[in-house]
Design a protein around this ligand. Structure first.
Ligand SMILES: [Zn+2]
Ligand SMILES: [Zn+2]
Length: 136
């Protein structure tokens, strides 16, 4: 089974081998910028399962942050597609870029809820953490 996705304009395309892992909803301020205001729905995909199949992403890393993530986005339409966190081999894939939303089993937790807006509503029953979840 392979899952495919890409950016808004189609210049950037990717493929994920295997089933899509469960992930989370991130309410951090940076994700609000990236998503347009909502939480960012994401899943962590093993590096070896992910490949770009069309186009080359543009990349951005904030120079003013000591442990800034690197954001891969489409150089044509600007859609943010994946993120890489320093010291983490798994790739953070933005669920909104999947061709079929139903390929994702859904969020297992919410993170950075301390930064959510007053009008954000957490899905009932979803485990929520004010920052990153405790390491398991
Ligand atoms: Zn694009
Ligand atoms: Zn975030």
């Amino acid at each position: 089974m392979a899952i495919e996705g890409g950016c808004y304009c189609g210049a950037l395309r990717y493929r994920i081998e295997g089933a899509m892992p469960k992930g989370g909803l991130c309410y951090c301020r940076a994700c609000q910028h990236a998503s347009g205001g909502g939480p960012n729905a994401f899943a962590l995909v093993a590096a070896e399962s992910f490949s770009w199949t069309k186009g080359t992403p543009a990349r951005f890393t904030r120079p003013d942050l000591p442990t800034a993530v690197t954001r891969d986005f489409c150089p044509e339409c600007g859609t943010q597609v994946t993120t890489l966190r320093p010291g983490q081999s798994k790739r953070i894939v933005k669920i909104g870029t999947l061709d079929q939303a139903q390929d994702w089993p859904g969020p297992g937790f919410a993170i950075f809820t301390a930064e959510k807006a007053p009008w954000h509503h957490l899905p009932p029953g979803l485990p929520a953490f004010e920052g990153l979840p405790p390491t398991r």
